[in-house]
Design a protein around this ligand. Structure first.
Ligand SMILES: [Zn+2]
Length: 494
């Protein structure tokens, strides 16, 4: 097969061997793969050429933690404690959404991601109430826009609620009805596993850029039996597992109470049920103790950090430096659009680098190769090299962020806000060209979202009204949780 696309004359930045002023190269793509990276390559007559003079080519960025279900709620909320935000944002608080809304929200999130150079998303999607048709809608939207996606249904099986400490003491019973901070479903653990596995099999090989993973929402809402069955399934089918672990101090306080058999440690609990291994990614990982960080490192598990959302939900700051020192495999995520509120890895990289006190190399590696490894795509994406999938973002160097070009990597992490992304290639296909989507009509999508919003806004208004009465109690619970002595403090930054 002869080359199908040539990226001509870009400065190619490799996350593992970054040069301050990267050498100018041509990138040859055949089908969906990069076949060579070299100089002055002859262009076959039928290959498409992307002129990339004065452009920086970087591997498409990988957001290792994201949810497509609330992308239409960006900008709706001021910072608030995690548990308060969940009451506003988690789908079970809402009536079932229309298929049109589900499609539009997947597309808008993916479009925002692509336009800021993200080519792979790990979508922990909540489908509530469970509906195979909605899964089809989500998968179709991803196929249509052309982004790569590692998809996991986010679900737990514990019907009771362990949402936050002091919930039962503080919140009057008459106000609890209907409000939920968790994504959980009734039914036995085995039934749930069958449903998840059934969906995975039903979609297998139907979506070229989509792979499937498992998403126990958070261990606190998952029974030991369910987690054990997920561990078996993950081992048997070589599936990645993603879960929210130690995101807030509230999660941590609950773990201390709930996992007595494991010394109050969620990490030990995960190890005991068979999940803590190289296929597992802890999303957030803000409140781990030093011994737990070391256990994660030894197990070869991954951590997907989400600094923006942690700050906005007052969850604290993950111990980035301690993770790096312990050799934990790190990835970066953009998290929900209603708590970060941006599908933008440049913001995530800069925060990571600042919090770690590092030059940007680790941040860029986490946003590319680190994310790829966490998602089980370590040999497929994350670098621009022969044999890899052609997932590439091209950034204009004729932008103040890169002029003068002193150190491409440091300017990418510390200076560039995402403004200079011009072209984006996924799976060998130019999906963003001169900053516009080639796979859909952007203006039609924006109009469609406007058409859908009155219904969503009306539903949100109802939820706000309900929550108004709850919020003073939730705030009080948050303050009491903050005051607990758990032997570590993640509210201090460095
Ligand atoms: Zn999340």
């Amino acid at each position: 097969m002869s080359p199908t696309l040539i990226v001509r004359g870009a400065r190619v930045l490799d996350p593992l061997a970054p040069e301050p002023r990267p050498a100018v190269r041509d990138i040859v793509v055949t089908g969906e793969r990069i076949t060579s990276v070299g100089q002055d390559i002859a262009v076959p007559p039928d290959a498409r050429v992307v002129e990339a003079k004065d452009m920086l080519a970087i591997p498409g960025l990988v957001s290792a933690h994201y949810h497509s279900h609330d992308t239409l709620l960006k900008g709706c909320f001021a910072p608030m404690p995690l548990e308060a935000w969940l009451l506003h944002a988690v789908p079970p608080n809402y009536p079932q959404r229309s298929r049109e809304e589900v499609r539009a929200r997947v597309l808008i999130g993916a479009l925002e991601a692509l336009k800021s150079g993200i080519t792979t998303l790990q979508d922990m999607a909540t489908v509530h109430p469970f509906d195979p048709g909605e899964v089809d809608t989500i998968a179709q939207a991803y196929d249509d826009i052309g982004i790569r996606c590692v998809f996991a249904l986010q679900v737990g099986d514990v019907p009771g609620s362990r949402p936050l400490p002091f919930w039962n003491e503080l919140i009057p019973p008459e106000l609890r009805g209907g409000a939920t901070v968790t994504v959980r479903r009734g039914g036995s653990a085995r039934e749930l596993i069958e449903r998840i596995e059934g969906e995975r099999r039903r979609h297998a090989d139907r979506h070229p850029r989509m792979s499937w993973a498992l998403g126990p929402a958070t261990p606190e809402i998952c029974s030991e039996e369910y987690l054990g069955l997920l561990a078996d399934l993950s081992r048997r089918e070589n599936l990645r597992v993603f879960s929210h672990v130690y995101e807030s101090k509230g999660n941590t306080a609950i773990a201390r109470q709930h996992y007595g058999a494991d010394g109050g440690s969620l990490i030990r609990h995960l190890a005991r049920v068979g999940l803590l291994n190289e296929r597992f990614t802890l999303a957030h990982g803000v409140w781990l103790r030093q011994d737990e960080i070391e256990q994660v490192a030894r197990a070869g598990a991954h951590v997907a950090l989400n600094p923006s959302s942690n700050l906005k939900t007052r969850s604290g700051v993950a111990p980035v430096r301690a993770y790096l020192d312990a050799g934990v495999k790190l990835a970066l995520g953009t998290d929900n659009s209603s708590c970060s509120d941006a599908q933008n890895m440049f913001q995530a990289m800069k925060l990571f680098a600042l919090l770690a006190g590092e030059g940007g190399e680790k941040a860029f590696a986490a946003a590319t190769v680190g994310g790829a490894q966490a998602l089980g795509l370590g040999d497929k994406v994350g670098r621009i090299a022969p044999g890899r999938k052609a997932d590439i973002a091209l950034l204009s160097l004729r932008d103040p962020a890169f002029v003068p070009l002193n150190d491409a990597l440091r300017q990418l992490v510390y200076t560039e806000p995402g403004r200079s992304v011009r072209h984006v290639i996924v799976d060998g296909r130019l999906v963003i060209e001169h900053g516009r989507a080639t796979t859909l009509d952007e203006d039609a999508l924006y109009a469609e979202v406007e058409r859908l919003m009155p219904t969503l806004r009306a539903d949100l208004e109802q939820i706000r009204k309900r929550n108004e009465r709850l919020m003073p109690y939730v705030e009080e619970a948050h303050l009491r949780t903050r005051a607990l002595d758990l032997g570590l403090d993640r509210f201090r930054t460095q």
